[in-house]
Design a protein around this ligand. Sequence first.
Ligand code: GDL
Length: 459
Amino acid sequence: MAACNHRLFWAGVIEGFYGAPWSMAERLEILDWMKAWGLNTYLYGPKDDLHHRTVWREPYAPDDAAELARLIAGCRGRGIEFLYAMGPGLDVRYSDPRELEALETRFAQLAELGCRNLCLLFDDIPDVLDPADLARWGSLAAAQCGLVNAVRDWMETHVPGGRLVFCPTPYCGRMAAAGHGGEGYLAAIGTGLHPDIDVFWTGPEIVSREITLGHVAELTALLRRPPLIWDNLHANDYDGRRFYCGPYSGRPPELRSKVRGILTNPNNEQPLNFVALRTLAAYVHAGDAWEPRAAYHAALAEWRPRFATRDREMDPADLVRLLDCYYLPHEEGPEAERLFADIRDLLARDPATWGAEASDARHRMCHLRDLCVRVAGIKDRPLFHAMGRRIWELREELDLLDRYVAWRQDPAKRGEPFRPDSHLLQVYRGGFVPRLQGLLEIRGDGAFVPAVGKGKGPS
Ligand code: GDL
């Protein structure tokens, strides 16, 4: 495993998304995968565990504490480092000494359960200080450094050897450039935070397509330490219609020696994280060359048995066809991209000019649609349930497009409006959120413009 210094290179998983936390059985399966593939770190920090953020001052009740102890022991038994994250930033009073005591009480309970490493996260919070805090500390960065350094001092006597990680309020390049956290925030963290404390960073964006060496070098100078990457490449909590089964990519292999570690915060749906974690592990252990597409194919070959139905195995090419539709945030897989381009080009042309390519597109759409139907029969029910609704949606759209092309292929129907019985106004693509989404259009350059008034807006 690549190492950037004497410390362990942290490579692994963050349970750090918004939404229902994983079940204990799901976590243990993730730990099994991690052990088998050589990932060494598990960070517990689901945003919607109330004790993580909302009631961060309250220790766990005995039953919940016992569950957490099981998870910590599960990590220890597999040689995986366990980190617990607390996010006090929504309402912490940095100038009130009782807040430090509350953090210590929380960590004391966690330490009793076997936890030795703590993360203090200040992501996704308002960057305005309470007047008393401002008077005491002068800036958000100074206030956070004061609190986090104090926790570190406490750890030195109570959990010697334990590691502490900090997540800044601006945790990506875009936020820092926008001045989030106040002027000079990151530089102040760099000088004010004890050098032992690691700092999370998600790259140039919250969900970064690429993390380059140049970007990390700049940040390292500012923070006076290499960052620990919190990677949201496969996170899907921000869009319930998508999930990501594409390979770990957009990070050069040289990055491994320039950062403290790489932890990925993946899909909410635990069963959908096989490729995300398998390819991250492959990346961490790869030599100097990294081929994401090859790693994807290798991961799918291992995952494929899980897609068997009662009477047949999943064909390898079919699995690629299907999962290319759920690839990465910034790109579909090449198979999906090709199909999309072919359908788009076909629809842009006069149906009178269509030839064999229209039938070919229909054939491929129907094949993919049938594949979606077949996935409903896979034996691994949790896997199907995790993707079922999104696959159903894909099936629906392919069905509609196929019917449309068939209608237009029929000379007798030419010129007649296409109104299928299966996709009815308001029921299909209906609902308040889609209507709201229709009000603002996003242009190719990323700017939003009103859709209403251009004759396109929804009623
Ligand atoms: C975030 C949140 C994370 C969330 C992710 C994707 C960080 C540090 N925090 O901003 O909890 O899952 O985006 O939506 O990334």
